[in-house]
Design a protein around this ligand. Sequence first.
Ligand code: ADP
Ligand code: MG
Length: 250
Amino acid sequence: MGKNLLTVKDLTVNVEEKEILHGVNLTIGKGETHVLLGPNGTGKSTLGNTLLGNPKYNVTRGEIWFHGKNITEEPVNERAKMGLFLSFQNPLEVPGVTLSSFIRSAVELKTGKRMRLFEFRKELEKAMEVLQMDPSYADRDLNVGFSGGEKKKAEILQLLMLEPSLAILDETDSGLDVDAVRTVSAGIEAYRRKCGGSLLIITHSTKILESLMVDQTHIMVEGEIVKTGDASLVEEINRDGFGKYEKSLA
Ligand code: ADP
Ligand code: MG
């Protein structure tokens, strides 16, 4: 498999007895940035959740390979340890757990090493600066009372601190104002510089892509990837919409 980081073969997924993904194929190389586009309700988040190993998403056919290992049956924590990261479309609020302690446990879980609090806090503050987050947020309960934009920034903060080898960003830019999109985009760039990780960006807007080099674009319609191309596909979709690809399935 050479330099491939992620290989998805014929992935077929049921959610509550209903087949949502019908044989998805996808390959992401080390250090590559991929974009996944598609109409609402087409299965993009389902793909993200399945790659992460959310048990609600039942793989009925096909395989997921990551770092040369078949992870189709691996639990979420194993995949996270191996360097897979999913930024949720709707991040959960977790009362009683601060943002800082949440990230520290996640980092320790991934590396298997205890981290000295002082060093951790120093690194966290640096990352929060990149994201223009007020340092006081570190000691607030995770996402509780955070605005939509602040939740998204908290997700990118995890990305910066965890340095996953593959980050799946599920509409991390949706509902953000122009400045917040720019900040999130700067955070993604900082992640790329820091560890050279790969990205699968699920998005509806191109603003977040402006400052990123996109290697491949995939279009998903009704649970299938119907087209893969280069960055220019994003412009085509922006101009013409998904109609052409929806019809080709009918
Ligand atoms: P997208 O992210 O492309 O908008 P989703 O993957 O969220 O689409 O949804 C695809 C389909 O799967 C939808 O019909 C949705 O209702 C269904 N689905 C996804 N996740 C769940 C879930 N946890 N429970 C029930 N249905 C789900
Ligand atoms: Mg979605």
